[in-house]
Structures are given as C-alpha cells and as structure tokens.
Design a protein around this ligand. Structure first.
Ligand SMILES: Cc1cc2nc3c(=O)[nH]c(=O)nc-3n(C[C@H](O)[C@H](O)[C@H](O)COP(=O)(O)OP(=O)(O)OC[C@H]3O[C@@H](n4cnc5c(N)ncnc54)[C@H](O)[C@@H]3O)c2cc1C
Length: 350
C-alpha cells in the first residue's frame, strides 16, 4: 500500500498531502488517530482526480466534508482521507412568468459543490432572496455531509433533501453520473449513500423567491434562538450522538406529547454531566457528548455504551447512533453502540 500512497502523494505535492496525519486536527470533536494519507482538494476536478486514482490503485478511501458528524477511531483510518473543500455556488436556471409586462421569478435552480459549507450556502440564498434553506443557518458541515445523512432541523420540520432536485456523483467505477431525487432514498438520517460508495460532487436545489427580511428572521430564529441557546457550540462535539425516536416508538413508549427526543431520554436517566475521561455528556443538551480536552474515541464509545444501556434499562428501547464511526473499529465495538458492521474503509453498511 505504501507505494500506492506515494503515487498519490507525488501527484498532489507535499503541501497538499500529509502522511500519518492526526485526524484530531481535522474533526470537529478534536478526536481521532492518524490517517495513512490525508489530501485536501479545493475543486471538484481535484476531488474527482484523487478518487479516480484511488479506484484505479484499489486504495481504500473516504471523503470528509466538515468532519462534524463522525467519531474517528483512536487507531485511525487506513488508506486515503480526502478533505473536500470544493465550494462554489451557481444559479443555473430560473422559471418565471410575465405579469403586467414585468417578469416575475418563481423557482430558481441553484447548484452547490459538495464541499460548500452549509453556512455559506444559506447566507448566499438569503442574500439572493431565495427561500428554502434558511432553517439550516448554524448547521455545521458541508453540502456533501448534509446530503449523506439528510440533515434536518426538526423544529421547522425541514430536511436538506426537501429542496434537492438532483445530485451529481462519482460512482464506484470513478465515472460522473447525475442522480434524480427519486433515486436518492432520502429518509430520516438516511440516503442511498449509506450503502453505496459514491462520492457526492454537487447538488441542485430548487428554491423559491422570498422576502429577504423574513428569511433572515427565520434563519436567525433557527441559529440564535434555538441552536445557540439549546446546544453546546462553544466546545468540541460531533452534534447529536443518537437518532431521535420514531413516531411509533414515541407512541409505544407513551412519551409526553409524543416527544421523540433522544436527548430527553438521556436526560431522564440522570446522565447529564456524566464523564468518562475527558468525554462528557453535555449538561446543556444530553444528546451531545463533548470533548473537555484530549478526549479519546474509546472514551466517547464508553459513554455511548452507558447511554444505550441505561436508556434500554429504563425505557426498553435501544437508541441508534446518528454519528458515523469511521476508521478501525471492531465489529464488536460497532455493535455495542448500535452501529452497523464495518463497510468499506470503516464506512457503515446498512
Ligand atoms: C454543534 C453541532 C450541531 C449539529 N446540528 C445538527 C442538526 O441540527 N441537524 C443535523 O442533521 N445534524 C446536525 N449536526 C451534525 C452535522 O453537522 C451534520 O449532519 C452535517 O451536515 C454533516 O456534514 P459534514 O460535512 O461535517 O459531514 P462529515 O462529518 O464530514 O461526514 C459525515 C459522513 O458523510 C460522508 N460524506 C461527507 N461528504 C461526502 C461526499 N462529498 N461524498 C460522499 N460522502 C460524504 C462522510 O464520509 C461521513 O460518512 C450537528 C453537528 C454539530 C457539531
């Protein structure tokens, strides 16, 4: 494998490629062992090129966006980790009609590269007076990561997949293909990308003309009033650790007001503030595990095991992880927190 890694390192140059790179330097929770090779790509053509090289050389690889939704093993990641920074946004089409001699714009099609930070995309759309994505102001990460798990803002009942028309991907053979929304299998915390090894290159959103002030007000409510007030943004974390309950589970558990929140269950088990080493269940939001400084992935795993065990003991339900366990984990470790067995390069197999 070393020779193959050297071929990639040579073609991207030493400034862009790092050997044995600590992933803790790049993950939002500041946790993770070393990646054999770490490459940052700044355009889609670079991303396509390095993925094609990995495919041709049969090297294991995985693509990361903001690394805000992952737990990388302390043993690290074998093969190539590609940090995707391709971030351009373009308006690619408009629909409208003539009213009293003036063109009234209806739907607008906008294409964003997969490495675009969600925050940039939301700000861009609001400034262009385009409605649809404003609930996602404050969502960390990139377009690619958000599509991978169909990121949501439940308070507004909104999923990133709602406004998507199509996604351009690089398939397992290294070819570029456009997939319509009907083939993306969007669901709660799910998309087809959980069971394919395709790389998301860009997404086309269909948005509507809106009122800029009203859009900013809705975005600020999501970002300031809800996220910043209720979630720990000032300390490293990977966001919500476990998925919320399904409606059916909330009904059968007779949750008050059919509350589906996984955090509420953890809170009711009295676990807020519980620590394992430097990993701690946030005392602000019980579904967040925060890194107080120098936490290990094994410590986060131990907390996840405790949460699952206690919640099951008290409520009879096994929580499923929302985060992705990447890198070298044993099947036993994965199953102990409800994660699917190991897929390609430590990715989940559903
Ligand atoms: C403070 C905080 C708050 C959060 N709030 C929310 C919230 O309200 N709602 C919510 O849904 N999530 C939330 N999250 C989780 C996370 O931010 C989102 O899910 C985000 O969209 C993940 O994007 P990312 O680019 O960081 O993905 P990453 O963490 O980089 O990757 C996640 C998965 O996607 C895959 N992936 C990434 N890019 C690509 C690509 N281009 N092609 C193929 N696969 C790819 C990765 O391999 C990995 O398996 C929060 C996280 C934090 C830290």
């Amino acid at each position: 494998m070393n020779d193959k890694l050297s071929l990639i390192a040579q073609s991207f140059g030493s400034l862009r490629v790092k050997r044995d790179e600590p992933m803790a330097l790049h993950t939002n929770n500041k946790i993770g062992g070393t990646a054999d090779l770490y490459v940052e790509t700044s355009t889609t053509s670079e991303l396509v090129r390095v993925v094609r090289q990995c495919v041709e050389l049969t090297l294991p690889f995985l693509v990361l966006g903001g690394a805000t939704n992952v737990l990388v093993s302390d043993k690290g990641i074998r093969g190539v980790v590609i940090k995707n920074r391709a971030g351009s946004i373009n308006i690619v089409g408009m629909k409208g009609k003539m009213v009293a001699g003036k063109k009234e714009i209806g739907d607008v099609l906008l294409e964003a590269e997969s490495g675009t930070p969600i925050g940039h995309l939301v700000r861009f759309t609001i400034e262009e007076e385009l409605a649809g994505l404003e609930s996602f102001l404050g969502l960390p990460g990139t377009v690619g990561g958000a599509i991978y798990n169909n990121s949501h803002f439940q308070r507004h009942g909104k999923f990133i997949g709602d406004d998507i028309v199509q996604v351009k991907v690089q398939n397992e053979k290294g070819d570029e293909v456009v997939l319509p929304k009907s083939e993306l299998e969007f669901d709660y915390d799910f998309s087809r990308f959980h069971h394919t090894h395709e790389v998301i290159l860009s997404a086309t959103f269909k948005l509507q003309k809106g009122d800029k002030a009203a859009l900013w007000a809705k975005a600020q409510e999501a970002s300031q009033t809800i996220r910043l007030k209720e979630q720990p943004y000032d300390i490293p974390s990977h966001g919500c650790t476990f998925q919320n309950l399904t409606k059916q589970e909330a009904v059968s558990l007779e949750r008050p007001n059919l509350n589906q929140s996984a955090g509420a269950l953890v809170d009711e088990c009295g676990l807020k503030g519980a620590c394992f080493g430097s990993a701690m269940i946030s005392d602000k939001h019980a579904n967040f595990i925060v890194n107080k400084g120098g936490a290990k992935a094994s410590e986060v795993l131990a907390i996840m095991q405790t949460i699952r065990h206690k919640v099951h003991e008290q409520f009879g339900v096994f929580l499923k992880p929302e985060i992705f366990l990447l890198g070298e984990w044993t099947d036993e470790e994965r199953l102990s927190v409800g994660a699917p067995k190991r897929g390609k390069n430590g990715k989940t197999d559903h």
